[in-house]
Design a protein around this ligand. Structure first.
Ligand code: AMP
Ligand code: MG
Length: 480
């Protein structure tokens, strides 16, 4: 039995923040992938499909359920618009302890009043992709939404072609977005904004309640947490692909895995999203966009920062003014860990830049270059390098030997440089095979990415980058 401890604290907010709505009644829901380990971690012990479907409100209607869709707005590619959960239904909050409260949301769960002409559905392939990438991110120790399962709905979904539909039940500390604050500021009263701020602090950062100016403390805390998150993305070569303000969470968890992808050959301008033609969300721009988005959060919070607008703006500017410095420190700290180095100074930062410039010019693989530096077993197996790279490496080696020593540096590097990332070509093959009914490549890839930091020669083929042509032509898509 699943002990149903779903709660609905979000519904204590003023009702402009949500619409009460039930998930769609799907004709033939069927569990295709189940995250048994996560279920156990949450204390959901049943493996009875029917019980799981009932718990997720995808079987017979549950009279106690109070599911809802969240209202939010947001800047999409720089333009402000009203959005909201157009294809996601929150079935409630799973509460392990008061500190461990998670939203459970059904992505692809049917239409809501925020659907704006969309069908509220998601395709099986896109939900399998979100499952795989979010679980990879979790294994990489990067804050992320989690995926509980992929459930085929038994419905057909019309896109450019007809596809099988699916629902992804996902878990997050909270789905509150920068866009939720923009919604409150633009469509609600100052009391609504205050209520959302209080709720967010209570739920995510209770220590900030005691701050002199809690809204200011929230802004600062979210900014620092987002900086850490984006630096972590850069560490593993992750490109989110659609960093609109509605896709950035106050909990600083990575979520809304649409056109995201991992970079193979290092190039700062890498972008895979089919709609990001100007590279707004390219690999190298992620910190700038993070700052831009945090500035939108600051604007939304202005009425709570100070009663006088001019003073509020000055306070916000002061906080945003610290972004660049915090970012530079966090970024180089993170990149130096990839080189096994725990100190930080100008010369060391230059080494990072020199290495990246060389990787760009010599079209080196991002993951494998760092992996080879820290892992002689892998390096011996594969790595060919230029004279220039060898000179750089000798310098670096000498520094390591004169300071921490190679063994210690290697331990640091192995904790920070993944051996296995979900490479685009492997992901595509796994998904295409899965939707054709062959689960093996999906299961194998899932197994490999669940242990990303241990190089295992048995899985060596998963370290291979695709043919150059594959990446050149590879495109990812948003709301499929
Ligand atoms: P996303 O690109 O996933 O962040 O989605 C942007 C907005 O479009 C959100 O408000 C989504 O809920 C909405 N949306 C995306 N796909 C659909 C769909 N198939 N039906 C209804 N709304 C959708
Ligand atoms: Mg979104």
């Amino acid at each position: 039995m699943i002990k149903s401890t779903l709660e609905y604290s979000y519904l204590t907010l003023p009702n402009i923040f949500y619409e009460r709505v039930k998930p769609a009644a799907f004709s033939k829901p069927e569990i295709a992938v189940l995250n048994q380990k996560l279920m156990e971690e949450l204390g959901i012990t049943t493996s009875q499909a029917q019980e799981i479907l009932s718990f997720l409100q995808l079987a017979e209607p549950n009279p106690d359920a109070q599911s809802f869709a969240q209202a939010y707005a947001g800047h999409q590619f720089g333009h402000f618009t009203m959005l909201g959960d157009g294809r996601a239904v929150m079935i409630g909050e799973w509460v392990e302890t008061e500190e461990k409260r998670y939203d459970i949301q059904l992505k692809g769960g049917g239409r809501t009043k925020y659907s704006r002409g969309g069908d509220g559905m998601a395709t099986y392939k896109a939900m399998l992709r979100e499952y795989l990438i979010s679980e990879a991110m979790h294994a990489l120790n990067i804050a992320t939404s989690r995926s509980l399962a992929v459930i085929k709905t038994g419905e057909l979904v019309q896109r450019e072609k007809v596809f099988e539909g699916a629902v992804l039940p996902r878990l997050m500390k909270s789905h509150i977005r920068i866009g939720t604050f923009e919604f409150a500021r633009n469509f609600g009263t100052t009391e609504d904004l205050q209520a959302l701020t209080n709720y967010t602090i209570d739920r995510l950062y209770p220590a900030l309640k005691a701050a002199e100016n809690p809204a200011l403390a929230l802004l600062n805390t979210v900014m620092e947490a987002q900086i850490k998150l984006v630096a972590n993305w850069m560490r593993v070569g992750f490109i989110h692909g659609v960093m609109n303000t509605d896709n950035m969470s106050l909990s600083a968890e990575t979520f809304d895995y649409g056109p995201c992808a991992f970079m193979n050959t290092y190039h700062p301008n890498t972008v895979f999203s089919s709609i990001d033609r100007d590279g707004r969300y390219a690999f190298k721009n992620q910190a700038n966009i993070c700052k831009w988005n945090i500035t939108r959060l600051a604007e939304a919070l202005l009425p709570l920062l100070h009663t006088e607008q001019e003073k509020a703006i000055a306070i916000a500017q002061e906080i945003i003014g610290t972004f660049d410095q915090i970012w530079v420190n966090q970024y180089y700290k993170t990149m130096l860990l990839k080189l096994g180095i725990t100190e930080i100074n100008i010369t060391l930062c230059d080494w990072v830049n020199e290495l990246l410039a060389m990787m760009e010019e010599e079209q080196m693989d991002y993951t494998n270059t760092f992996l080879a530096l820290g892992n002689p077993a892998f390096a011996a197996e594969t790595h060919q390098c230029s004279e220039r790279f060898i000179a750089w490496r000798n310098n670096w080696k000498k520094y390591i030997e004169d300071t921490v020593g190679m063994a210690k540096a290697q331990a640091i590097m192995q904790a920070n440089n993944p051996a296995f990332i979900p490479r685009n070509h492997e992901v595509e093959t796994a998904l295409d095979e899965m939707i054709m009914g062959n689960a093996k490549p999906f299961e194998n890839l899932l197994q490999v990415i669940k242990n990303p930091y241990t190089y295992d020669p048995k899985f060596h083929s998963y370290t291979a980058p695709p043919q150059t042509e594959f990446d050149k032509n590879f495109k990812t898509f948003c709301g499929t």
